[in-house]
Design a protein around this ligand. Structure first.
Ligand code: NAD
Length: 272
């Protein structure tokens, strides 16, 4: 086997030309960030974090048109640019067209947060074929379509940063709810994201966030709340404000040496 790593063009690469002050590294001024599932829950919280740090934030929403007003509020409150686009991430053509629209309107995409997801939490033996297909179309196809369209932009630009929202359910079979399809879909996107970190090594970073039980619409079931209380060392669900810092870190120049990482944020639920 021939070792060719040392002859890759331009290697070793220089250190990034980023500030040394960590608060400056976290500033998002001049950066354009797309967040899917940006109308609600974790996605909205991520959008707030980006706007609070001075970044331009583009919310992608599916059905919840409140995203338009939320985007206007973010722009006004934080004196940043913001917009909201309606797109179903499980439709590849809509994703491709909307990516083009963002680039046309904002000139570039620095960070793409592929966050939209859904769960139909049932045992496989009780799940219908359409329910199975629906989850796979959003949680797997949706992430793949967004990654592919964003990756084409990143390659053209020569830079980019993809953050995928997966789940601790991609790591463990969490109880008490049997949801093998959801769990499997999240294991897929975690490994898919890690694989992209390698494929895109010359032009983009890719990281994965794996949340535990958070207090969103998805996490609202009494069983989830009880399980978080019983089983996680923190003794409660996470509040969405507690996930902002992690996404901001991964989106910003504070994390320029991070790629291919899968970061659990679960109050310690998934302990070895
Ligand atoms: P949420 O239900 O509040 O938000 C999900 C968002 O995804 C919504 O805005 C919804 O409109 C959007 N969405 C769903 N289908 C879509 C489609 N076809 N096209 C475009 N957008 C679509 O839930 P959340 O907890 O904020 O979920 C965000 C992500 O976090 C999901 O990927 C979810 O699997 C993941 N997650 C959540 C938890 C939790 O406990 N809340 C735990 C682990 C992982």
């Amino acid at each position: 086997i021939q070792d060719t790593a040392h002859v890759r063009n331009g290697f070793p690469r220089p250190f990034p030309n980023t500030p040394t002050n960590v608060l400056e590294q976290l500033r998002m001024t001049g950066k354009v960030v797309v967040v899917t599932g940006g109308a609600d829950g974790i996605g909205l919280s991520v959008a707030e974090a980006i706007a609070e740090a001075g970044g331009t934030v583009v919310l992608w929403f599916n059905s919840n048109k409140a995203a338009i007003e939320r985007s206007q509020d973010l722009a006004k409150t934080h004196n940043v640019k913001s917009a909201a686009y309606q797109v179903d991430v499980s439709e590849s053509e809509q994703v491709a067209e909307t990516i083009k629209k963002v680039v046309k309107d904002f000139g570039k995409i620095d960070v793409f947060v592929a966050n939209a997801g859904m769960a139909i939490s049932k045992p496989i033996l009780e799940q219908t074929l359409p329910e199975y297909k629906k989850q796979m179309s959003v949680n797997v196809d949706g992430i793949v379509y967004c990654a592919k369209s964003a990756g084409e932009v990143f390659k053209r630009q020569g830079f980019g940063n993809l953050i995928i929202t997966s789940s601790m359910s991609g790591h463990v079979v969490n109880v008490p709810v049997d949801q093998p399809v959801y769990n499997g879909s999240k294991a897929y996107v975690t490994h898919f994201g890690k694989s992209l970190a390698r494929e895109w090594r010359d032009f983009a970073r890719v990281n994965i966030v794996s949340p535990g039980f958070f207090d969103t619409k998805m996490g609202a079931s009494p069983l989830c709340i009880q399980e978080a209380y019983r089983m996680s060392p923190m003794g409660r669900q996470g509040h969405v404000k507690e996930i902002k810092g992690l996404y901001l870190y991964l989106a910003s120049d504070a994390s320029t040496y991070m790629t291919g990482s899968d970061v659990l944020i679960d109050g310690g639920y998934v302990l070895p």
